[in-house]
Design a protein around this ligand. Structure first.
Ligand SMILES: [Zn+2]
Length: 279
């Protein structure tokens, strides 16, 4: 994995033509995309097609991953069973990011909170949103993205919701940076629950109320990302230590999830109203 240095980014940012300069033959390099996720695998399972699409358009992409995924499930694998899960999953993240064409990865090293259960000391959700927003804000100031991509958290994972809240808070203080929420369409989630109920009856996601899973389709913009399906499938396959949420799905539903991305684009993130007025 080639790590793009801050120096190279600065060079790109200072030498790039202005956005929309139609006469220029230099590829636009100002449109830096920063993808902020909670766990290794979110970059592939969650928004792999958006990353591949941005890379194909010549945009530099950085992935910021808040944890090393040590709270996830683990499949037995003689090749890696002796290694700490965090180490295995970070290596999978780096391999998948290379497949997707990601230029740089920042792993923050918070502890994976897990889907449910007691919150361990140092867990991501034990870090308050303001503190996490400050940490992310410092990174965003250095990376200077025009766009931040985040999962919308409608799969019910508490770490995803926590990252979304921190990103929103960081961007509310940084006007001019677009937020793209990578969303799960409610219609697809209803089909997913039906198919997974038979194949993976133990998955924790089935304990959630199906009506709360996903985002109403009418709120979403659908992007045809089928051109990036092959790259995304290869990135997903890098996460060997676990089953993907798309395993065991019918070919039709798998393609519906992976060949179309659903997004909500927010040109500005409004600052949260303050609870009290000064004075
Ligand atoms: Zn995740």
């Amino acid at each position: 994995m080639v790590r793009m240095s801050a120096y190279i980014y600065r060079q790109m940012l200072t030498s790039a033509p202005s956005k929309g300069d139609a006469m220029s033959t230099t590829p636009p390099t100002r449109d830096h995309v920063v993808v902020v996720v909670a766990h290794p695998d979110d970059e592939s399972f969650g928004c792999g097609s958006l990353i591949a699409r941005a890379v194909a358009a010549g945009r530099p992409v950085t992935v910021v991953c808040a944890t090393r995924g040590e709270g996830g499930e683990r499949l037995p694998d003689p090749a890696t069973d002796h290694l700490p899960l965090a180490e295995v999953r970070e290596a999978e993240l780096r391999a998948a990011a290379a497949v997707l064409g990601v230029g740089a990865i920042e792993v923050l090293g918070h502890r994976d909170s897990g889907f449910d259960g007691p919150v361990a000391p140092g867990a991501l959700v034990a870090t308050d949103v303001a503190t996490l927003a400050e940490e992310l804000g410092g990174l965003l100031d250095r990376l200077a993205p025009t766009e931040v991509v985040v999962l919308d958290g409608r799969d019910g994972h508490r770490d995803h919701l926590h990252v979304l809240a921190a990103v929103e808070r960081a961007l509310a203080a940084r006007p001019g940076v677009r937020l793209v929420e990578s969303c799960l369409a409610a219609s697809l989630m209803r089909r997913w629950v039906e198919e997974v109920r038979g194949a993976q009856p133990d998955t924790a996601y089935l304990e959630l109320d199906p009506d709360t899973l996903g985002r109403p389709d009418e709120e979403l913009t659908a992007l045809d990302t089928s051109a990036h399906l092959e790259v995304r499938e290869r990135a997903i396959a890098c996460h060997r230590s676990q089953r993907s949420p798309f395993d065991d799905l019918s070919p039709e539903l798998r393609r519906a999830f992976l060949g179309t991305d659903h997004v909500v684009v927010r040109e500005e993130v409004a600052a949260a109203p303050t609870a009290t007025r000064p004075g």
